[in-house]
Design a protein. Structure first.
Length: 288
């Protein structure tokens, strides 16, 4: 296991705020280790209350906007959301259309410091949320997809301020994925790194395998959502993730791909689950 030590949150800045009907969207920045400035959206219901809160971390192929719609719908139910940008990715723009891609070189993906960074960014986000007067620090949840779910499994074993986790299409052993997966990204990394460097990378990455941590998640509740046609995470990785996790836990499989494309069922399931665990006990999430 790797030991993550959270340092004091030194700086936080709101650079832009947009008022919507029922909630506001604030573009925020805060400091994190290694001189990184973390970008995030903070979405806050307009009503004065002590709100439950959700921290979101997007999948590796997307950016913080991937959870934008979910967070705004949760705001209508009285939830505060913090949607954090991963340290692995950069924004690209073409003819006014924004999209996300992996950094041109794969170097950031084999830099162990980035994995530590991701955990620290999330923990500092939780520290920030817990200090807001309109957030109930006893009702904070975490939702991660892909990379966000994999590192959410690590977070589950070290972060006792989170009461509930939703982990979507995460891998239980990232080191095994890099060694055995036939996905083009895994093959590219194996072919790119000299054998000695690849072995060094794997030996360090094993410390971050979620199975070392998620067994210690209790008393937090964990909801696993997996795709039957996942091109990244196979059945063995998914089953290992669930079986290793402490209870209470729940698992649901969906007829979709890694990105959970067009999977409204999963979207509704996790929102109802969040409402049950940290929201309004008898409320039901519905869409128009």
């Amino acid at each position: 296991m790797f030991h993550f030590r959270e340092e004091h949150l030194t700086d936080f800045e709101v650079r832009k705020s947009i008022i919507k009907e029922g909630y506001s969207i604030r573009e925020v920045y805060y400091e994190s280790p290694y001189n990184r400035c973390v970008k995030a959206f903070l979405i806050v219901p307009n009503q004065t209350s002590s709100h439950p809160a959700v921290v979101f971390m997007h999948p590796g192929q997307e950016n913080r906007k991937s959870f934008y719609k979910e967070a705004t719908l949760l705001a209508e139910k009285g939830f505060v959301s913090l949607i954090i940008e991963s340290p692995f990715l950069v924004d690209c723009h073409q003819e006014g259309k924004q999209y996300k891609k992996f950094i041109q070189t794969i170097e950031p993906l084999v830099d162990i410091q980035n994995y530590t960074q991701m955990i620290m960014d999330i923990r500092r986000g939780i520290t920030f949320l817990s200090k807001l007067e309109f957030v109930d620090a006893n009702r904070i949840a975490y939702v991660g997809h892909g990379f966000g779910a994999t590192w959410g499994g690590v977070l589950a074993g070290i972060e006792n301020r989170i009461k509930a986790f939703v982990l979507i299409a995460g891998a239980s052993k990232t080191s095994s994925w890099h060694m055995t997966s036939e996905h083009p990204m895994a093959v590219l990394i194996r072919s790119f790194l000299p054998p000695e460097r690849f072995d060094f990378f794997i030996s360090n990455l094993r410390k971050f395998d979620a199975t070392h941590y998620i067994k210690n998640a209790a008393p937090a509740s964990i909801y696993f959502q997996f795709a039957k046609n996942d091109e990244y995470v196979d059945c063995d990785q998914a089953t290992s993730f669930y079986n290793t996790a402490s209870s209470p836990k729940k698992i649901t499989w969906y007829q979709t791909d890694h990105g959970f494309s067009q999977c409204e069922e999963a979207f509704l399931d996790r929102h109802n689950w969040l409402l049950d665990k940290i929201g309004l006990p008898n409320d039901i999430f519905v869409t128009e």
